[in-house]
Design a protein around this ligand. Structure first.
Ligand SMILES: Nc1ncnc2c1ncn2[C@@H]1O[C@H](COP(=O)(O)OP(=O)(O)O)[C@@H](O)[C@H]1O
Ligand SMILES: [Mg+2]
Length: 244
């Protein structure tokens, strides 16, 4: 049953994985690998209390990112406020695991919607339980840097990146989705473009908080750009997005 361990690239990695991922998650990874979502697991891109991201390779040599939401009290505590009051989750509210699975499914659905709408984001590959598999953004086993970790200096480039970011927000909006946690922390600088990641907090436009979250996303992004010396009016951008 725990054949998934053979999928880890080498013995050292196996030990690292075993220490972080619980048995149930290992079994989910095993099932996903059997379905062809990936073949070999390389190592952690990011290791965290609530979520980890692993670099993996498919049989055809394509690299994917495997995002694992920890089945933990900490994860439950963080995500429950977003789901509380949503009648769809009423029946599972006492089941931490089921709530985390539903959260993960929602993230994958949001990512798929975004990708289909032409937003710059990783291509979705597969999802099961608390695991999401998507295109790996990076080169030579190195993940693309987060936008908050890049030193942008060229004024013209910064203006163009801003245009691309606004374009992404508009495309999301036209697909009736708001990211909900947008800032340079959830954007990767890949192929000279800003890619959106981490759609777990995304909400449909029909959600009661959608307008608030959209305004907040735009304000956060404008703050990020203000630090790079670009003055932009969030209110104007908001109007531009909702009238697009
Ligand atoms: N598709 C991807 N390709 C490359 N790196 C990724 C990818 N998805 C996530 N990462 C890396 O993992 C980190 C955490 O991912 P994220 O989805 O933001 O999870 P969270 O913020 O919930 O921990 C990102 O900041 C990025 O460095
Ligand atoms: Mg994030």
């Amino acid at each position: 049953m725990w054949e998934i361990r053979k999928r880890f690239k080498d013995y050292e990695q196996r030990k690292v994985f075993a220490g972080v991922l619980d048995e149930q998650t290992l079994f989910t990874l095993y099932k996903l690998s059997n379905k062809g979502a990936f073949d070999v697991l390389y190592g952690f891109v990011k290791k965290g209390k609530e979520s980890s991201v692993i670099l993996a390779e498919q049989k055809d040599g394509r690299f994917v990112a495997v995002k694992v939401h920890a089945i933990s009290a900490a994860t439950f505590k963080r995500i429950w406020p977003y789901l509380e009051g949503d009648s769809r989750f009423y029946n599972i509210r006492h089941n931490k695991r089921a709530v985390i699975f539903a959260w993960c499914k929602k993230e994958f659905k949001n990512l798929s919607t975004a990708y289909k709408a032409g937003v710059l984001c990783p291509e979705p590959v597969a999802q099961l339980n608390n695991v999401i598999v998507m295109e790996f953004l990076g080169e030579d086993l190195t993940p693309a840097p987060r936008m908050c970790d890049v030193d942008f200096e060229d004024e013209k480039l910064i203006e163009n990146i801003f245009k691309d970011v606004v374009e992404n927000i508009k495309k999301l909006y036209s697909a009736k989705l708001v990211h909900g946690d947008l800032s340079f922390y959830n954007m990767l600088w890949y192929k000279e473009k800003p890619y959106f990641i981490d759609f777990s907090q995304g909400v449909p436009l029909s959600h009661p908080n959608a307008e608030y979250l959209l305004r907040r996303d735009i304000e956060n992004v404008c703050k990020n750009f203000a630090k790079l010396g670009l003055t932009v009016n969030p209110e104007k951008i908001y109007e531009e997005v909702v009238s697009s």
